[in-house]
Write a protein that binds this ligand. Structure first.
Ligand code: NAP
Length: 334
């Protein structure tokens, strides 16, 4: 696969067979359950795009599903194709959709089941966005789920405004690296928390101050923040409340029972707590691409793997990345 593939007619990418290669698992378990299998090419319905997938990336939700952590909440059958992030080339679309065969795109798959680690994937037209020629597919693949989570957490749940003080707890990972940069793009003062080894990385993203979570407990700080974005899902609203400014928002990515209760009970309060769930949005992808083109959103790739090495990619993110995103490249794609 040419990671910098430019737009072609797309017709040379139309599937010639009814089946395709995909990474799949047939039971819950550790990363060894992931293997390559044959699957029907997904059927594109009206309002959807069929995309030839050239690259994807791994998010914690992928291994949480694979391990069966969420089986009581979101049931699904096997085999299952993991992955929500897609970068690739449109091979089929409705006329008038705003997309054309051959367009280079990124997409945040809107299917509960995922399906990105395959030669082909389908998604709603409204969950994809065209990417510029200068954006490498590998970088495009790193953005959709993590970038959308960061943007929606700060803008929609945190109600971010210029001049505010923002704390990002878990600033060096996939979501955190985008959150720091997005908060800076809004003109905020940004404090970042991660492990000491990621101090320089977080400062290089634009963070104004850095805290090592092994040395500093931010909930005991004399600082006060308008937004505390708990990317890592390690903090608690009640503890963080004392360091929130009046009118401030605590936003968590961890959709547990405690977080749900906090969301319901604190919404009328001056200091609210919210749990967010990222929702696919082509408009939000366009906003992230706009920031990228302005040089305000840099993508850091922790490590690259092929689709055949999906198990190693899951192990990498499960055991903790150095920083940034783990990307998967479809090396067999034409
Ligand atoms: N609700 C949603 O829609 C949604 C969407 C996306 C992600 N998420 C969740 O968000 C979380 C983060 O996702 P990600 O892709 O950014 O994961 P990631 O790439 O693995 O990053 C994890 C981050 O957490 C930091 N961290 C680890 N232990 C910490 C601690 N005790 N205190 C503070 N920070 C700590 C890590 O720092 P070091 O590496 O420096 O230790 C790193 O910056 C995951 O739990 C994921 O499931 C939820």
């Amino acid at each position: 696969m040419d990671p910098n593939a430019r737009a072609t007619s797309g017709s040379d990418r139309i599937p010639t067979a009814t089946t395709m290669r995909a990474v799949q698992y047939d039971q819950y378990g550790d990363a060894s359950v992931l293997h390559i299998g044959e699957h029907p090419v997904p059927r594109r319905l009206p309002g959807q795009l069929l995309i030839n997938v050239l690259a994807s990336s791994v998010n914690p939700i992928d291994y949480r599903f694979r391990r069966g952590d969420l089986k009581g909440i979101i049931p699904f059958g096997f085999p299952r194709i993991p992955g929500y992030d897609v970068a690739g080339i449109v091979v089929d679309t409705d006329s008038g959709s705003g997309f054309a065969q051959g367009d280079r795109v990124m997409a945040f798959l809107d299917h509960t089941r995922g399906g990105a680690l395959a030669d082909y994937a389908v998604c709603a037209v409204g969950s994809a966005a065209k990417i510029p020629d200068a954006m490498p597919m590998e970088e495009a693949a790193a953005i959709p789920l993590a970038g959308t989570t960061a943007l929606q957490s700060l803008r929609d749940h945190g109600k971010i405004r210029s001049g505010q003080t923002v704390l990002i707890n878990g600033a060096s990972g996939g979501v955190g690296m985008f959150a720091v940069q997005i908060a800076k793009s809004f003109g905020c003062h940004v404090d970042a928390i991660a492990s000491e080894r990621n101090r320089d990385f977080c400062l290089s993203l634009g963070a104004d101050h850095f805290y090592d979570y092994e040395q500093d407990d931010f909930t005991k700080s004399s600082e006060r923040w308008d937004i505390i974005f708990d990317v890592a899902g390690k903090a608690h609203y009640l503890a963080a409340r004392s360091v929130l400014k009046e009118g401030g928002h605590f936003v968590s990515t961890e959709p547990n029972i405690e977080g749900m209760l906090v969301s319901i009970l604190t919404w009328p309060l001056s200091k609210s707590g919210r749990v967010m769930l990222a929702a696919p949005s082509g408009n939000d992808l366009e906003e992230l691409i706009r920031l990228y083109e302005l040089g305000k959103l840099r993508v850091s790739i922790d490590r690259r793997f092929s689709f055949e090495q999906a198990g190693d990619a899951h192990r990498r993110i499960e055991s903790g990345v150095d920083h940034g995103k783990v990307v998967l490249v479809n090396e067999q794609a034409r």
